[in-house]
Design a protein around this ligand. Structure first.
Ligand code: MG
Length: 292
C-alpha cells in the first residue's frame, strides 16, 4: 500500500524508533498521521556540482544514486542557506489537468474525465528563478497548483493502485497566457513557453496529498486558497487516467489544476505558491529582454 511504501522510504532518514512507531500507527489505521513521516528532497547547486539531498531543519544531507531508485546519503551535509535550490526534478514530460476545482469552472461544466494537456520540460524553472513575460504576451496569469511527481513507470494503472506510482508532490505555477489559450490551435505557447512551469522548492513524500492547502500570493496578497480535497478528480484518478494514454516515467510531473480565480502578472511582481507541507515556491516576474 502506498502509505506503507512512503513510510518505508522515509524511515531511513528518521530515528528508527520514531519511524517504527509511526509505521505502527499507520498500519493500525491511525488516520491522517502520514504527515509525521514526510521527507523533503531538494535538488541544488553547490561548489560546482548539482546533487540531491534531504532537507531537514535548514540542513541538507547530500544523496547519491538515483532519487527514484535507491538514493543513499553520502554523509556530507550543507546548510540550506549555502546552496542554490534548483527545480527539484527533470521530467521526461509534464502533463497538466485543467478545470479540476469547481471554484475555477466559472460558467463551464465540470469535466466528466480529467481534462489533460501538455506542458514542456523546457518550461521548467526552479525556486527564485524569473518568470519571463514574452514580448507579445498581454495577459499572463499565475495558477497555483499541487504537482504530483511520479516514482515509477506507470502504464494502464488502475485507480486502486495509482498511489503506488506517486513518489511525492511539490508546488507548481501553471503559468498561462490567456489570450493565446483562447485563440491558438493548441495551448503550446499559452502553457509551455519557456519559464511557464516553475516548480519546487522540494519534493515531499509521505503527505496526504489529497488534502493539502494550496495558496497563491501575488506581491504578498493572498489570491488563491483551497484544499486539494476539493479537486474534482483526485490524484489517483488523474494518474490512472493519464496512464491509459501516456506511459509515465520516474520524475514525470502532473500539474493537478488551479482553484478559484487568477489574474494577470506584471513585470516586477512576485508570485508565491505555497503547498501545505511542501513550502513556498517564489518567483519574480520580468519582461522579456528587448530586441527579441
Ligand atoms: Mg492549470
Amino acid at each position: 500500500m502506498d502509505r506503507r511504501r512512503q513510510v518505508e522510504r522515509g524511515a531511513g532518514t528518521l530515528l528508527p524508533g520514531i519511524a517504527a512507531a509511526a509505521l505502527a500507527v499507520l498500519l493500525t489505521g491511525g488516520g491522517a498521521v502520514a504527515q509525521n513521516v514526510t521527507t523533503k528532497y531538494v535538488r541544488y547547486a553547490y561548489e560546482g556540482r548539482v546533487v540531491y539531498g534531504v532537507l531537514d531543519n535548514g540542513m541538507i544531507r547530500e544523496l547519491e544514486g538515483e532519487l527514484f531508485a535507491d538514493p543513499r546519503e553520502t554523509g556530507r551535509t550543507v546548510a540550506l542557506s549555502d546552496v542554490r535550490l534548483l527545480a527539484p526534478c527533470q521530467p521526461s514530460k509534464v502533463i497538466a489537468v485543467g478545470l479540476n476545482y469547481r471554484s475555477h469552472l466559472g460558467e463551464r461544466p465540470a469535466p466528466v474525465e480529467p481534462g489533460i494537456f501538455a506542458k514542456l520540460p523546457s518550461a521548467i524553472i526552479g525556486p527564485e528563478d524569473e518568470i519571463v513575460i514574452p514580448a507579445d504576451a498581454s495577459n499572463l496569469h499565475y495558477e497555483g497548483e499541487l504537482v504530483v511527481v511520479i516514482g515509477k513507470k506507470a502504464k494502464d494503472v488502475p485507480v486502486a493502485e495509482a498511489a503506488d506510482y506517486v513518489f511525492g508532490v511539490t508546488a507548481g505555477n501553471d503559468v498561462s497566457e490567456r489570450v493565446w489559450q483562447r485563440g491558438d490551435l493548441q495551448w503550446l505557447r499559452a502553457k509551455a513557453s519557456d519559464t511557464f512551469a516553475p516548480i519546487g522548492p522540494a519534493i515531499v513524500t509521505g503527505l496526504d496529498y489529497n488534502d493539502l492547502r494550496v495558496q497563491t500570493r501575488l506581491n504578498g496578497e493572498l489570491r488563491q486558497s483551497e484544499r486539494t480535497r476539493d479537486m474534482l478528480h483526485d490524484v489517483e484518478a488523474i494518474v490512472s487516467y493519464i496512464s491509459r494514454y501516456v506511459t509515465l516515467l520516474p520524475g514525470d510531473l502532473i500539474f493537478t489544476g488551479t482553484p478559484g480565480t487568477t489574474q494577470a502578472m506584471q513585470p516586477g511582481d512576485v508570485v508565491e505558491v505555497e503547498v501545505e507541507g511542501v513550502g513556498v515556491l517564489r518567483n519574480k516576474v520580468v519582461a522579456a529582454a528587448g530586441g527579441a
